[in-house]
Design a protein. Structure first.
Length: 301
């Protein structure tokens, strides 16, 4: 049974849905301000310093836990449908992840749609990876993580890295990833009554802004249309009540068929990106701890 503390994310999402419903003409700036409060339900990790940095032309933020191993890095890409969210809204949740792993996190403030549609986000993510390599970081000491659209991006950046002939990072940890730009997953219907935030209408609107003139089958926008061979190990976590559950299930099957070491864990009764509950509810802390336990040996920690 879900903890009482986990209700806080449901309350947050219901508030957003009510606010958007009450203001159907809500501007993009107003929506971004709304979603900037995503981290309100996250406990402060403590013992983590945050420093803004230019990561090869990409605005970013270092999350640096006290006494961490600075030779290991997790590149973090925020969610928000490629339209909203920022390194600020996600600072605490990625700070928890970095602290649990014992390494630095590089939280990207990649360019978002509609001002910068696909492929701008994946281009920025590759730029930041090149910047780390140029700074002397070993690829086997780098992993990626991201939530929702950022879960998609922390995956598609691997495909772009592979296609560019660059050495591959050690692993990826997508949280509640959004992969399918065609919105064809069955859980969009079967979980619609349980998911407090992510519904087909808002996904369709964000997909249109993100894609611009690109096809919803573009393999770097929708990895379900890409060859996944050559990817590093991937560990996906998703909530059982999410409309995006099928995105993760389908990706897992494709990855395994391509010979990728892939793992999916479904957390019962959990909402979209329940990881925001880190520091505030046991489910969030448990998920972050499991990611850290899995990835540490892959990073040589």
């Amino acid at each position: 049974m879900a903890s009482m503390q986990s209700d806080s994310i449901k309350v947050l999402y219901r508030g957003w849905v009510e606010a958007m419903g009450a203001n159907p003409e809500m501007t993009l700036d107003e929506m971004r301000t709304l979603f900037d409060h995503w981290g309100d339900v996250t406990g402060e990790p403590g013992g983590v310093d945050y420093i803004e940095v230019d990561a090869g032309g990409v605005p970013a933020m270092w999350a640096i836990p006290k006494d961490c191993n600075e030779d290991r890095v997790v590149i973090c890409t925020h969610g928000g449908g490629y339209v909203v969210g920022s390194m600020y809204s996600h600072r605490k949740v990625f700070g928890h992840l970095a602290k649990a792993i014992g390494c630095r996190a590089l939280i990207l403030n990649y360019r978002c749609a509609p001002e910068y549609p696909h492929p701008a986000p994946v281009e920025d993510a590759v730029l930041s990876y090149r910047w780390l390599l140029d700074d002397g970081m070993k690829p086997e000491h780098i992993c990626t993580a991201g939530d929702s659209a950022g879960g998609g991006l922390c995956t598609t950046v691997l495909l772009a890295i592979r296609d560019a002939g660059l050495p591959m990072p050690a692993a990826a940890m997508p949280m509640s990833p959004w992969y399918d730009m065609e919105l064809s997953g069955g859980s969009l219907i079967t979980n619609a009554a349980k998911d407090e935030l992510v519904q087909e209408g808002i996904l369709a609107s964000m997909a249109e802004m993100f894609l611009g003139s690109a096809s919803p089958q573009d393999p770097l926008a929708n990895p379900l249309y890409n060859d996944l061979a050559g990817l590093p190990p991937v560990y996906i976590q998703v909530g059982g009540d999410e409309t995006l559950l099928d995105d993760a299930v389908r990706f897992l099957d494709m990855a395994k068929e391509a010979g990728v070491e892939a793992k999916l864990e479904v957390f019962p009764e959990m909402q979209h990106v329940f990881h925001f509950l880190a520091g505030a509810a046991p489910e969030g802390d448990d998920a972050i701890a499991k990611f850290a336990e899995w990835v540490r040996p892959k990073l040589g920690l």
